[in-house]
Design a protein around this ligand. Sequence first.
Ligand SMILES: Nc1ncnc2c1ncn2[C@@H]1O[C@H](COP(=O)(O)OP(=O)(O)OP(=O)(O)O)[C@@H](O)[C@H]1O
Ligand SMILES: [Mg+2]
Length: 349
Amino acid sequence: MAQTKTPARAGTLAALADGGGPETVIEVSDLVKRYGEVEAVRGIDFTVSRGETFGFLGPNGAGKSTTIKILCTLANATSGTALVNGLNTATERDAVRRNIGLVFQDTTLDTYLTGEQNLRFHAELYGVPRAAVGPRMRQVLDMVGLWDRKDSLVSTYSGGMQRRLEIARGLLHAPHVLFLDEPTVGLDPQTRSSIWAYINDLKQREDITIFLTTHYMDEAEHCDRIAIIDHGKIVAIDTPEALKASVGKDRVQIQTSDDRAAIGELAAVFGIDAAVHEGAVTFAVASGEQFVPRLFAELTIPIKSVSIARPSLDDVFMSYTGSTIRDAEGGTGNEFMRNMHRLRSGGRR
Ligand SMILES: Nc1ncnc2c1ncn2[C@@H]1O[C@H](COP(=O)(O)OP(=O)(O)OP(=O)(O)O)[C@@H](O)[C@H]1O
Ligand SMILES: [Mg+2]
């Protein structure tokens, strides 16, 4: 991943953070958090590398926010350690805080202030040098498309605008690590995808590591790596692609002018066992997208159309936890709840 530095970081703001930092930005070992009888986090281990977008995917109550709170020094672990940029979250709180930006699950904006006033207040709290505040504010507000609305009261912003302002605020002091707890929860699909466009854009511009939590499968797809967390434990951790590949193969279907000949060639050239299903030559391969170009290059029978169906993260969640994320959130057998969740999660499936 490119590790470019922005002009903003190169200037006075660089003094706010503790240098470039190590390659392993987050290191969590045997982390446990108990609230009385409730064991919210039950011994988790993971690392996040510099520049990664790393996601915690799990249902309500899985322990996602609890882990974020420990990493952000807002909660004490019961046992285990959590390091951010090589700093111990239990014993080096102030230094950790200088390195991180945080967008909470619940909004924490002052809605009776303007967008700009919210950011200025934050800059003050984080000790951003006065001369750096103006240019940096322009930069982050431009990034989230809110520069024109900076003088409006936040109470007049839409939900999506408020979320974007919170992301801008989290970035104002040029943190090394940005924590986003459910960054798009409750937003409509269009706003959710625009927030992801901002996050992806941010990754291009700044040397930043992102840790986010979500219970949206499609959101997890944006991450470089995902940890699936259920009942306080990490049950799987890998790239979205590898997790899906671990579940099963992609299904490829092709329309050809001569299906019998195509099936013969697939066996002879690739050693693939294909058959006609639903009127198309159908077979399974580990990575359909990478296979299809080879198919076009090496099959002599003309191909009229191709479709690839891959295992979804829903399938992954199911295979590691034994239930769907919707069932885990209590919607079992309840069509209304399932529909609500489908609507909230952008109309998938
Ligand atoms: N301050 C607290 N006091 C007592 N129990 C708590 C507290 N905070 C969290 N818990 C419990 O810890 C467990 C994990 O909660 P957490 O907020 O980490 O879940 P989450 O994965 O973020 O869920 P959601 O998707 O609903 O935000 C839950 O059982 C919750 O009730
Ligand atoms: Mg939460």
